[in-house]
Design a protein around this ligand. Sequence first.
Ligand code: GDD
Ligand code: MN
Length: 355
Amino acid sequence: MLLSIVVPTYNEAPNIAELVRRITAAVQNRLDAEIVFVDDSTDATPDVIREVAASASLPVRLIHRDRPVGGLGGAVMEGFAAAEADACLVMDADLQHPPEEIPELWHRYSRGDVDVVIASRYAGGGTAGGLADRTRVTVSKASTAVTRAMFPIRLKDVSDPMTGFFLIDRRAIEPEQLRPRGFKILLEILARRPMRIAEVPFDFADRHAGESKASMRQGLHFLTQLTALRFGKMSLFAVIGGLGAIANVGIVWALTHWGVDYIVAAIIAAEVTIIGNFLLQERFVFQDMRESASGVWLRFAKSFTFNNAEAVIRIPIVAMMVSTGHISAVVATAITLVVAFFVRFLFHSLVVYAP
Ligand code: GDD
Ligand code: MN
């Protein structure tokens, strides 16, 4: 067996027959392939798959999960584990991923110089026409841009890290490293370790039948996934921020002890901490992103301006929260510090160290 085609399904009964028909037409007499459905449906999809499998000319297998783990991403991982071939192609069941592209993906893959071939809506010649409405187009483009900016090295050559259509050598994946949750399994794979990548453009089509399973909940999954994937950088960033806060208090204490005015001491301490944090971040947090970002003085100017603005803005915000929100100054300060931490991390990832 050369190729295993892994298809995750959730309530796709009206799409199965047409999907198998078009896959068969696309690969028949050209490629020794099988189809592995990993199904979490609550409708008649598994029955339809069994029925279609009985008369199909390709091997069609069904893994039905009564207790689904990890949603779409978990289903894909289960498909990889069960596949006959090491070359695993992942595609949706609703025909938004045209089966006629499979030989093209295989053709690129069989050159043997890459671990994954990505079918991209955003590479030259590809289109995202099947995205249901303008809102989804905007959300897709914006989240792709943010994601690429957060992983500038790993996703350097990837125009569409969120696609669900790709062909991968499963030996290049370490399943224990992955935390599949929801839709963005390819991102999870690409972000965890370096891969040799090629892309081919494709036209994202309209859904054949039924409805999209994308939801607000999937959006939240995606945000937690980004946070988890970036956790290493974020925790270092937090440690450095914490050290800075301690240094800040120490400097104020020492200066006032030597008779320096409190306001002057606080300003000196804040500026010294901001500069110190910047140097530590450069060295320990964003070292891998420096090369592709702007020059060091521009990075410093952005970071310095942001941190000063943030310190100045936070004071009236705390005052406003205390006077209008009936919360204590300590709680208000804590809330703004936590929010400021995330905003600061995002600003540094997306602006200061932008590629
Ligand atoms: N087994 C399983 N379990 N399959 C699922 C689940 C689940 O919980 N949720 C969805 N699927 C299956 C669907 O049945 C379909 O075959 C495929 O995953 C994609 O689901 P759609 O509902 O068609 O999603 P979409 O079109 O909104 O999103 C697709 O395009 C996005 C790019 O815009 C997916 O390919 C996404 O991964 C991709 O990011
Ligand atoms: Mn779809």
